[in-house]
Design a protein. Structure first.
Length: 150
């Protein structure tokens, strides 16, 4: 896990973090999003409702010039038939799904929720952003190259 925060990191650390981010699929975009996430966490801390963090993150993403949609419906298909849908918290530039959590801890079902969003969509990269007692994120990738078409 790396954190870019110009307030408490030297320029060298920030440069290293950005270089590491650039090596990932959508690494630069991930770095921008994580910077927004940590700025929100540094301002608001832990203990607020998830909806408050989502609103603050939307504001921060907008300030950063990142295009996104909120509460995006993702259809779930079974044997060629639509059987339901999920609502992703954020879909960023049609490249990444963001799932925001505000709780004491991340549990397996939180990770599986994001993985199911990725499996059900054409998006391959997701970030689980946890506004918990300590800021935490997990980056997930699910390759859709072998995914059965609906």
């Amino acid at each position: 896990m790396w954190r870019m925060n110009s307030n408490d990191a030297s320029q060298t650390n920030a440069d290293t973090a950005q270089t590491n981010a650039d090596n990932f699929l959508f690494g630069e975009l991930s770095g921008i999003i994580l910077g927004c996430f940590y700025r929100v966490y540094d301002r608001l801390g832990f203990g607020l409702l998830e909806s408050v963090y989502k609103n603050a993150l939307a504001k921060e993403l907008t300030k950063a010039g990142v295009a996104f949609e909120r509460e995006v419906a993702i259809d779930v298909w079974d044997d060629g038939e639509k059987i339901g849908h999920f609502k992703a918290d954020f879909v960023v530039e049609n490249k990444m799904i963001l799932e925001v959590k505000s709780s004491q801890m991340i549990v397996d079902s939180d990770r599986k929720q994001l993985l199911n969003y990725l499996r059900s969509s054409d998006v391959e990269v997701g970030l689980l952003l946890h506004f918990g007692p300590k800021a935490f994120f997990q980056r997930m990738i699910h390759s859709n190259t072998h995914q059965r078409r609906r």
